[in-house]
Design a binder for this molecule. Structure first.
Ligand code: NIG
Ligand code: FE
Length: 417
């Protein structure tokens, strides 16, 4: 199958010499070609260039031609942090927060993550697959081409494995590229109140060996936060996870400055995520690391948290990624267009910085930047075609609008149902 997209007003984020991440002041640059063509062969990008440098196509058989006059073509977003497998919603807690309760107070009275865990334990694998597939379809039509999905609403041996097996099934059912993360250390279940070390032992000695045997997870994550898991516990869990073949990630510095970033850097995490309470010490540690700082603007917006210091991090020379954190409690949206808008409007990131953060850098945060996250020959043909818009800055500018016309995933044109 071959696709030629021609007359593209602007082909955004082309890379002749692909990089695995974009760092510091380089995040301000995005290479674009005006009046361009893009050729796709099977599932990969086969070529691109300017219309007036047209190299021609010799074999016109089985070729689909798309005219993208007045439209942009961009690489699909990579969403490196979601909790897209869940049962039921939590709009009741949303209303409770409007009426004055905090996220922490809701958790303390048995809501929050524990509320989702109750619902998930009662749900069948089929129900979870069906609802997650709807959400995956929703984000795909909003331009996402690769996504990470976490467990963490199970909080028992059976339910955590159920979540991870659902994610494994989703890999075969969805056209999206999916990475799986074990987040058994998301919260302490009620049965283990005052017995945290026993719960950690359960994660390490009972669940991790099965995950390794069945290859159920690429990553392991810990919610490092007051009332959840300490820095030392985070290091203990993630060190064990590495021994079981999982790469570390951390929910870090979301509600307080609690040591999550330092724990992540110490164990060689591929990303540390949230970062509202990051300070100079964490920035310094990240500068000498392989760890991708990742901000989740949907959760900060939805929970009215302080802004993460995105500008300071980029200006200090760090790379930055953006993900949606799509989940029922702190970010019930996986719309990466809106995440980009939030970064531009609230954190003063430029559209170029935000797009780099939501594509190549978030691809890095799930080990996909060699195959996803930019327009480069040989990378997967994961691209979207916008509606007629004047520039790519129009995407963050028109927050809340749907500006995506067509999505192509691995060379297949996705029909919106
Ligand atoms: O990324 N911070 C911890 N975990 C999720 C929220 C989970 C929930 O409230 O259900 C997050 O924000
Ligand atoms: Fe999260």
């Amino acid at each position: 199958m071959k696709i030629l997209i021609k007359n593209i007003k602007q082909l955004v984020q082309t890379e002749d010499d692909p990089k695995i991440k974009v760092v510091g002041k380089d995040m301000k640059n995005i290479s674009c070609i005006a009046d361009a063509w893009l050729a796709i062969e099977d599932d990969k990008i086969a070529g691109y260039g300017k219309m007036n440098d047209w190299e021609g196509i010799t074999d016109w058989s089985d070729l689909t031609v798309i005219d993208a006059s007045d439209k942009m073509v961009m690489p699909c977003y990579c969403d490196s942090h979601t909790h897209i497998v869940y049962s039921g919603n939590r709009e009741g807690e949303f209303v409770d927060r409007i009426n004055g309760l905090t996220y922490e107070q809701i958790f303390e009275r048995g809501g929050g993550i524990l509320n989702s865990a109750k619902k998930l334990n009662d749900a069948s694998e089929d129900e979870l697959i069906e609802s997650a597939l709807k959400r995956l379809n929703e984000i795909m039509l909003q331009g996402t081409g690769a996504v990470e999905i976490k467990s963490g609403y199970g909080l028992s041996v059976e339910a955590e494995l159920k979540m991870l097996r659902v994610i494994k099934k989703l890999k075969t059912l969805s056209p999206l590229t999916i990475k799986a993360t074990f987040l058994g250390a998301h919260a302490l279940p009620n049965e283990y109140k005052n017995k945290k070390s026993e719960y950690i032992k359960l994660l390490i000695t009972e669940i991790m060996p099965i995950i390794a045997k069945e290859q159920l997870a690429d990553y392991c994550d810990v919610f490092c936060e007051q009332n959840y898991f300490t820095k030392e516990e985070t290091i203990e869990i993630l060190t064990a996870a590495k021994n079981h073949g999982m790469t570390p990630k951390v929910h870090a510095e979301q509600l307080s400055n609690y040591g999550g970033v330092l724990a992540g850097v110490e164990v060689g995490a591929i990303s540390v995520d949230h970062l509202e309470f990051v300070g100079a010490k964490e920035i310094e540690a990240l500068l000498n690391s392989i760890t991708m700082p990742t901000i989740l603007p949907g959760a900060a917006f939805f929970l009215s948290l302080p802004n993460p210091p995105a500008r300071q991090m980029i200006d200090a020379g760090l790379p930055l990624a953006i993900a949606s954190d799509y989940n029922p409690g702190s970010s019930p949206s996986g719309n990466m267009n809106f995440m980009i808008s939030l970064c531009c409007i609230q954190y003063k990131m430029t559209p170029e910085e935000a797009i780099n953060a939501a594509t190549i850098n978030s691809a890095y945060a799930m080990d996909l930047s060699k195959t996803h996250g930019s327009i480069a020959i040989g990378k997967y043909a994961n691209v979207f075609i916008t509606k007629e818009i004047p520039s790519y800055a129009f995407i963050p500018y028109s927050f809340g609008s749907n500006l995506i016309d067509q999505v192509i995933i691995n060379g297949i044109i996705i029909e919106s149902k």
